[in-house]
Design a protein around this ligand. Structure first.
Ligand SMILES: [Zn+2]
Length: 389
């Protein structure tokens, strides 16, 4: 279990999730193309270059793609963008290299790539295509920049790999998490959503990247199969006033009986939006639009956690003014609140919550050791909260 001091560190260290109530206001601006060849926050060079004979960068194989925590096919547009980058490399007769703070693409190739992708983006006709291109480019760049540098399972630099310390656990087969992740959070070392599939496996906690059609199709196929009564998004939807776990799942409907009798063939689906608060508004809008297509005009059912009344979360959030926590912390909150309900109390969801808390502690240790080794401060800096760790 976490000590209070450690719990405070956890909250201060990880990027916040938009899942809890009373968050700061959302940014209504549309997303912009601003991606980079971000590899990591380290200036260490990659250990391997992943080049095939003749010097060209290797394409993204299915095995490589799935190694990062997904069971989907390699997204077609990601493949296309990697091929474009390879062609650019060839045309310019310059090898891609990554480095510097932020692990960005270096040299004149970066300048050319920047011009090229901006022109492509501008030429795209509709906003859906623009979003898909934006997401695929982010993913392609992160994949290439992380090769041989990050551990594929824990998304930490290989020298900080924490995989041996993560204890896998079987999630109750009646529920499934969906990590609806913003592409800018993909392969981030301090992302906490990844812990869920590290602990529970990719079938119980499934990655779905925003704007990647191959992922979104898998998720929505599962939702349509499950039906609207078995899908919830953890999000404080102000317009539809998100409900508490109790009100959303147990009040005045047949859900409670269904819930008690549920089996692995038709699990309860919970979407965790895994992105910054600013990005989450657009992500939530997309979920709502897709829900309309699937189920008619109604909004997607939303749950807002009662974080201050639940003991494990209270432990993580000792000060009432703290109204945000990380994505894995949100999963802990949900599991804990469900466990409090009599129909769920014998399932062992409290043990699942502890498994995720333990995972968070392991991640925090790894990130802290890294900062210390690199001579950086381990206390929070007063700057944008995405760059904390
Ligand atoms: Zn690892």
């Amino acid at each position: 279990m976490l000590s209070t001091a450690r719990a405070i560190s956890l909250i201060k260290c990880f990027p916040p999730s938009p899942i809890f109530r009373n968050n700061t206001k959302m940014d209504p601006k549309p997303i912009m193309v601003s991606g980079s060849f971000s590899r990591s926050s380290s200036s260490s060079p990659p250990k391997e270059d992943f080049r095939v004979e003749g010097g060209a960068v290797a394409s993204i194989s299915l095995q490589e793609w799935q190694g990062w925590g997904t069971s989907s096919e390699v997204p077609a547009m990601v493949v296309e963008i990697v091929e474009d980058l390879k062609n650019l490399e060839k045309d310019m007769d310059e090898q891609m290299s990554f480095g510097g703070l932020g692990g960005k693409l270096q040299g004149s190739l970066k300048v050319q790539e920047d011009k090229k992708h901006r022109a492509t983006y501008q030429a795209l006709g509709d906003s859906e295509k623009k979003l898909q291109f934006f997401s695929a480019r982010q993913i392609a760049c992160r994949l290439l920049g992380s090769r041989g540098y990050l551990c594929q399972k824990c998304w930490l630099a290989q020298e900080d790999c924490m995989c041996s310390k993560i204890i896998p656990s079987s999630l109750w087969r009646g529920m499934r998490f969906w990590l609806y992740m913003h592409p800018k959070d993909f392969l981030r070392q301090n992302n906490t959503g990844k812990l869920l599939w590290q602990i529970f496996g990719v079938q119980a906690a499934t990655l779905c990247i925003y704007g990647i059609p191959e992922h979104e199709e898998i998720m929505w196929n599962a939702f349509e199969l499950a039906g609207k009564s078995r899908v919830w998004c953890l999000y404080p939807d102000k317009s539809a006033s998100a409900k508490s776990v109790q009100d959303a799942m147990f009040n005045g409907s047949s859900t409670s009986l269904e819930v008690a009798q549920t089996d692995g063939d038709s699990p309860l689906n919970f979407i965790l939006i895994d992105g910054t608060w600013n990005n989450s508004a657009a992500m939530f809008r997309r979920l709502k639009e897709r829900a309309k297509l699937a189920w008619g005009a109604e909004d997607i059912p939303c749950i807002s956690l009662e974080t201050l009344t639940v003991s494990p979360m209270h432990k993580l959030r000792p000060q009432p003014s703290w109204d945000r926590t990380c994505t894995a912390g949100a999963a802990v909150g949900l599991l804990s609140e469900l466990h409090l309900h009599p129909e769920f109390s014998s399932i062992g969801l409290d043990k699942h919550a502890e498994a995720v808390e333990d995972g968070l502690e392991v991640l925090l240790d790894a990130l802290t050791s890294r900062r210390l080794r690199m001579g950086r401060s381990i206390t929070r800096r007063e700057r944008h909260n995405r760059d904390i760790c």
